[in-house]
Write a protein that binds this ligand. Structure first.
Ligand SMILES: Cc1cc2nc3c(=O)[nH]c(=O)nc-3n(C[C@H](O)[C@H](O)[C@H](O)COP(=O)(O)O)c2cc1C
Length: 423
């Protein structure tokens, strides 16, 4: 009989220690982040770690989790525990998915493919980012039959949106996550102080440069491309070479043809669509039979309207505090959204999930599953594929033990009675 992932992982670590081998990927979130910082460039670290403004929302996300206290129960036979859940037809071995995170090449050269392999090995769905460092086809191939979803940003071109969605379908993605809180980038002070935006260096635009609609449109940009003006500095040459590396083919040929620079310019023109409104959703609904989840929901009325528009799920998220500083914490937003949704569609939550207790608390308030973000990026930076795998295993283990020790044997039985607010 299996002792469950929690005890298995504990034994693995402790027995390793008894034989003289210690975890290379720190179990503690704070030590993990510090180790990742050492492994990354200052710009890469700032991009992942940072939030909008004074990072109040990031702190609030944590504080809101901590306001909810678990009330453990005893003598309830928790010898076998079922941690699995099903969300929009996808099975999760533990109730979390890996959030879509762009520009993973800044953490590790294995980038999206390394994360994909780790997620597949653990039976945890990976949400492939619209701003990925590798084309979705390549990442999907690394996953075999393991579950994956695709996250979409709605660009200025509906033709490009349709192309991304049909590529996601062909790549075996079983849901579309439409992120709606990033029609413009938030005011991110760490990145502004370093004057660094990865996309302008040709990073995180692989879904575009591998897309037939985008590549076709690039010819227009090439024709209009202004002759290269301004002073030639070392930094400018570095940027140009970086951009060239992002486009398929040889770097030198890409610099010569102007393709790489044009791709970045075209991306900047295409990426964002602040005019997006509810009526636009019909376009997406008609184009795919896959379940669609809206990500970035913080108001109950928006959750209800999403359902009226035929959406299949909502993700309560403030983008890890990267968009609106001073925004509501996701755990504070969750209860009223659960009430408005009234069980009609699944609700996921992300932003600040760091432990098994966080997963448990979100489920207790009515989430079906949560999204894990920054922690797996730190694992990637420290240990590549194995690092991500360790982070996933640790969270799975921590959740399994938290659930059992709280007196609950199955995710189905986690409910509002398992938590209370701090007096
Ligand atoms: C470096 C970084 C890049 C991100 N890129 C994307 C993205 O491409 N698409 C998206 O929907 N969300 C993106 N997010 C937001 C995450 O999906 C998720 O909402 C957030 O990381 C949750 O917060 P947490 O990591 O603090 O738990 C990104 C977050 C980070 C930290």
């Amino acid at each position: 009989m299996s002792v469950g992932i929690g005890r298995e992982r504990q034994f693995e670590v402790y027995v390793g220690g008894a034989r003289g081998s210690y975890p290379t990927v720190p179990v503690s979130f704070h030590r993990l982040e510090r180790a990742a910082q050492k492994a990354m460039s200052p710009e890469g670290y700032a991009y992942v770690a940072g939030g909008a403004g004074s990072e109040e929302t990031m702190r609030e996300n944590r504080a809101a989790f901590e306001r909810w206290r678990i009330v453990p129960r005893i003598l309830r036979d928790v010898s076998t525990r079922d941690t699995a859940v099903e969300v929009v037809g996808t099975r999760l071995t533990s109730p979390f998915v890996l959030c879509p995170i762009g520009v993973l090449e800044m953490a590790h050269r294995g980038a999206d493919v390394a994360v994909a392999r780790a997620a597949a090995a653990e039976g945890i769905p990976f949400v492939l980012s619209n701003q990925a460092s590798r084309p979705m086809e390549e990442t999907a191939r690394a996953m075999g039959d393991a579950p994956r979803w695709f996250q979409l940003y709605w660009s200025t071109s509906n033709e490009l949106v349709a192309s991304f969605v049909s590529r996601a379908e062909r790549s075996g993605c079983s849901a579309i996550v439409l992120t709606l809180d990033t029609t413009m980038l938030g005011w991110r002070i760490r990145d502004l102080d370093l004057a660094y935006l990865p996309f302008l260096r040709g990073k995180g635009i692989a879904q575009y440069t591998s897309d037939p609609v985008f590549v076709e449109a690039l010819q227009d940009t090439l024709r209009q491309e202004a002759p290269h003006g301004g002073r030639i500095t070392l930094a400018a040459v570095g940027t140009l070479l970086g951009q060239a590396g992002a486009y398929p083919g040889s770097r030198l040929a890409n610099v010569r043809s102007g393709l790489a620079r044009a791709a970045v310019r075209r991306f900047v023109e295409t990426y964002s669509r602040p005019s997006l409104s509810w009526d636009d959703l019909a376009f997406l609904r008609e184009r795919t039979r896959l379940p669609i989840l809206l990500k970035g929901i913080l108001h109950p009325a928006d959750a209800a309207t999403a359902i009226e528009h035929g959406m299949d799920g909502v993700i309560v998220s403030n983008h890890g505090g990267r968009q609106v500083d001073g925004a509501l914490a996701t755990m504070d937003a969750l209860p009223s959204i659960v009430e408005a949704v009234a069980g009609r569609v699944p609700i996921l939550l992300d932003s600040g999930v760091r432990s098994g207790a966080d997963v448990f608390r979100a489920l207790a308030l009515g989430a079906s599953a949560v999204g894990l973000g920054r922690p797996y990026v730190w694992g990637l930076a420290v240990g590549g594929e194995d690092g991500v795998r360790d982070v996933i295993r640790n969270l799975r283990a921590d959740f399994d033990l938290t659930m059992g020790l709280s007196g609950v044997a199955s995710t189905r039985d986690i409910g509002r009675e398992n938590v209370t607010t701090r007096a």
